[in-house]
Design a protein around this ligand. Sequence first.
Ligand code: SF4
Length: 429
Amino acid sequence: MPRRLRVVTLGCSKNTVDTEHLLAQLPPDAFCIVDGDEPVDVLLVNTCGFIGDAKEESIAAILEAVEAKKRGEAGTVAVFGCLSQRYRAELPAEIPEVDAWFGARDLGEVLRWLGVCPAPFVTRRIAEAKGYAYLKISEGCDRRCSYCAIPFIRGTHRSVPMEELVAEAELLASRGVRELILIAQDTTWYGLDRYGRRALAELLERLSAVEGIEWLRIHYSYPADFPEDVLTMMARNPKVCKYLDIPLQHISDGVLDRMHRHIDGARTRALIARLREVVPGVVLRTTMIVGHPGETPEAFEELLDFVREARFERLGAFMYSEEEGTWGAAHLPDEVPAELKQERLDRLMELQREISLSCNRSRIGTEVQVLVDEVLDGAAVCRSEFESPEVDGEILVRELSPDVRVGDMIRVRIVDAEDYDLIGRQVLD
Ligand code: SF4
């Protein structure tokens, strides 16, 4: 009888891709993959170990898996991913009921433990047919931002060979995927380790030739030494979304220096101006950290002024949390009180809410091509090239023709705007 198996996946889209790679290699005559919560023979937990909240969520999921085993609803339990990579020495003793522990770079080991001989990870098991999929172009990171534990968890930067990525893209396109979201810890570093040069622009060119793929979206780009050829590729290649996710984290020279971001405020401003000049109409998503050591009241006001001036269409923010094992935890006292961090986060996100609403209002009356993510009761949840799934607002389309399906691309007129979402109406030819 095939063994019944389920994976609980936590954390970021990179973990989602890892799980999809792993499941795609399980022979159907030996494994039956279960997505619901019925009893299984094997229960796997793919964990996240990035920051405090994520770690707690992973621990809770592991303990729930162990409880399921005690209730006889799971035969064996194994844990992999970032949390078990980061706390590999401590966790087995703390939760001895877990049958096997693997790291964040051990998909092959997990497969061997399941009795499967691993093959190159170019196939994917995508649980739910959607018009978009993530494409993980590399693993690890060679940057050393002082607050970040990821390089110690995911290791040094390793680019996936371009041929394997093109093969994976062709497979995904053959399954109806129209949009690929390029992810990594640092997408702009792609190629340096494997080809001795930055090759993201070349990869975009190759992927844009894959039949069926309409949109290529870049996430997790890094601001320092941003490759100019990626800008021109965004400007001239219609399949590369006029959208860029570029976490900046801060703008104050003093804070950026303590973060070891290898860029200062002036060069950050110059890059944003260059992006908007070379790619007119580009939508920028960024992330900021508030309450980082060295963030004086003046430095925070400078951040607010910068956000007011740059008008990012999309912005997320975190409160600084000290992560053990990082340079920051060892050398920078976590001096900003928690309530002040929260107050700064609230002020920043309130400012961003106003900017987002004003940007959304400026799109009323425009027409745009959208990808249909969900259809429900004659309406659809959609996104244009300016909205990324799961992190940005959406376009709710009413008055929809009945033949529209998930994964379709349709034309929409924007008729109303909210803080983060838009309201649209289908434009029929
Ligand atoms: S670029 Fe910096 S923040 Fe991002 S994963 Fe690498 S070290 Fe961490």
